[in-house]
Design a protein around this ligand. Structure first.
Ligand code: NA7
Length: 538
């Protein structure tokens, strides 16, 4: 039934960010909060991405909330990298434990939000016909949540089933006996490939750009591993808040060229055996900065692919060339390259011969036609901005966020947008977001927003808005740091290159967590410098 209410805060999304925001605003600030969630369950990313093989690339014991020591102690992670169902269970546990459900309206998509200058309130509309108002609008929509459905002619005419990794059905899909086509070889495609190959009669993987993938080396935890983690949580969480990318590890300062070749090889071998993201930053400090150092690591990975994949032609097609390792979000995998040694798996290069059309019976590229019973799109997301601009968010003077960002997103600290008062964007573009361990980025933003709302209340203010000048200066800094970073050197979703027509901008802030946190704290300590509070600039 449609409703009309006024809230202190409306939060959009009930994933990691929305759940914590609700708890923080409601239970600590005692605000009247409503969360809207499009899914029919909580979990956000971990609700929608339930494709075979979906697993977190960060390790369980630091890809979790740190705000509640009790929660950390009572929850038991089963292994190194949790699979989607385990994270979904964790987030459901959080929703129950903190009694969050009563303030979450599921199966409800926010379609529009407009700021009313006179009332200093947001009017929010949903696809269920609700119209509510709120003093503050907080988006917790995730950075990777607006699926990218490629515009391929004939998609609607395909006679078989079509699946999207980002909107996978709740009931498991059975590919037994089927000829399956999978488009996309990012993290999702790389995780799904071995699982689908093990079930399908045949799997054809359509690859546009090969990726540098490192073995995950997943393992189940023993009870002593779990006990050690629980004993260490204080230090783990302290490190995640201090480190460059939100991981609980001490940085290395060794440079690639500073060690003899055989020692370097041994270090890379050790990292390869250990598995996971650590390969990028755990051996040498300069892989992300020095092209020569990066090329050594890149060639090491290519050689591993060549060693693993028996057919030399397929191996070469799987070897990424022309961009540095780490410039695209690095995937990690379980038996991805090994899967191409199976008789029932074929790799098709669609960069040389692009996909032309989906036909009723399969997929046609420029040079060949493939008969398929099912199609899987692992084609990613309109990252960082898509979930925000797909909502009709309008600030002062009715300006649409999509228009304000037509040349690329501009924000102040990734937390606010000039012209959109009382709107806070958790892990918005221009903040470290996806370059940090996400729960760490989320907690920092929610805590900052909560402190800000509390400050406004204490000072009798009802409105806060970033100034154009502060936004310009921050956007310039984000661009400068981004352009100088590794991330500018590949066509990836970090720069919007996966979406035709999207402006090319390094969207996350690449300056690292310490610098970013310091800046956020300095702004707060200066009484919200760069913002206008009830008409008074700070
Ligand atoms: P990604 O990493 O964006 O990967 C999408 C893949 O789909 C990638 O290989 C794309 O090739 C490919 N793609 C996209 N559109 C097309 C078309 N039209 N034709 C052929 N191939 C296409 O998304 P994921 O879901 O795998 O991962 C997203 C993030 O989730 C990941 O980085 C982690 O942070 C978790 P391209 O590289 O653009 O040539």
């Amino acid at each position: 039934m449609a409703e009309e209410y006024d809230f202190d805060v409306v939060v959009v999304g009930a994933g990691f960010a929305g759940l914590y925001a609700l708890h923080k605003f409601r239970d600590e600030l005692h605000l009247n909060v409503r969360v809207y969630e499009a899914g029919d369950g909580v979990g956000g990313t971990w609700f929608w991405n339930r494709y075979p093989g979906a697993r977190c690339d960060s390790e369980s014991y630091y890809y979790c909330y740190s705000f509640s020591p009790e929660l950390a102690q009572e929850w038991e992670w089963s292994g190194r990298y949790p699979e989607q169902p385990e994270i979904e269970r964790y987030l459901n546990h959080v929703a129950d434990r903190f009694e969050l459900r009563r303030d979450i309206q599921l199966s409800t998509r926010v379609t529009a939000a407009a700021f009313d200058d006179e009332a200093t309130r947001w009017t929010i509309r949903t696809d269920r016909g609700d119209t509510v108002t709120a003093r503050f609008l907080v988006t917790a929509v995730g950075c990777l949540s607006a699926p990218n459905v490629p515009d391929i002619p004939g998609l609607d005419d395909f006679a078989g089933d079509v699946y999207f990794t980002a909107k996978w059905p709740r009931e498991p899909v059975d590919f037994t006996g089927q000829r399956v086509g999978l488009v996309g070889t990012g993290s999702s495609g790389i995780q799904a490939t071995p699982e689908i190959a093990a079930q399908a009669a045949h799997l054809t993987v359509f690859q546009r750009t090969p990726n540098f993938s490192i073995p995950a080396r997943h393992k189940a935890f023993l009870s002593e591993d779990q006990a050690k983690i629980k004993d260490g949580y204080d230090e783990i969480f302290a490190l995640t808040r201090e480190s460059f990318a939100g991981f609980p590890f001490h940085p290395v300062d060794r440079k690639t060229m500073s060690v003899p070749e055989d020692e370097r090889q041994a270090i890379l071998d050790g990292l390869w055996e250990e598995g996971g993201f650590k390969f990028l930053w755990g051996g040498f400090v300069d892989l992300t900065r020095d092209p020569e150092a990066n090329e050594i690591a890149s060639e090491y990975i290519r050689n591993k692919i060549r060693e693993t994949v028996k057919d030399p032609e397929t191996a070469e097609l799987l070897c990424p060339k022309g961009y540095p390792y780490g410039a695209k979000r690095p995937p990690i995998d379980t038996d991805y390259y090994e899967t191409f040694n199976r008789d029932n798996v074929t790799l098709v290069d669609v960069s040389a011969a692009p996909i032309e059309a989906i036909t009723p019976t399969g997929l046609r590229t420029m040079t060949a036609e493939y008969e398929l019973d099912a199609l899987v799109f692992a084609t990613g997301f309109d990252a960082m901005t898509g979930a925000l601009t797909r909502m009709d968010i309008r600030g002062t003077g009715g300006v649409a966020l999509a228009d304000a960002w037509s040349d690329g997103p501009r924000t102040y600290l990734g937390l606010q947008v000039a012209g959109f008062p009382n709107l806070f964007t958790i892990t918005g573009p221009g903040s470290p977001s996806v370059l940090l361990n996400m729960p760490v980025a989320i907690e920092q933003h929610v805590d900052w927003i909560a402190e800000c709302i509390e400050y406004l209340r204490e000072h009798g203010c009802s409105r806060i808005e970033a100034t154009e000048a502060a936004q310009e200066a921050w956007a310039e800094h984000v661009a400068e740091v981004g352009e100088a970073s590794l991330f500018a050197r590949a066509n990836s979703w970090y720069v919007g290159a996966n979406i035709p027509g999207k402006p090319r901008v390094v969207m996350p802030y690449a300056g690292g967590q310490p610098m970013y946190r310091e800046r956020c704290e300095a702004v707060r300590d200066a009484g919200y410098e760069g913002f206008v509070l009830d008409g008074a600039a700070r």
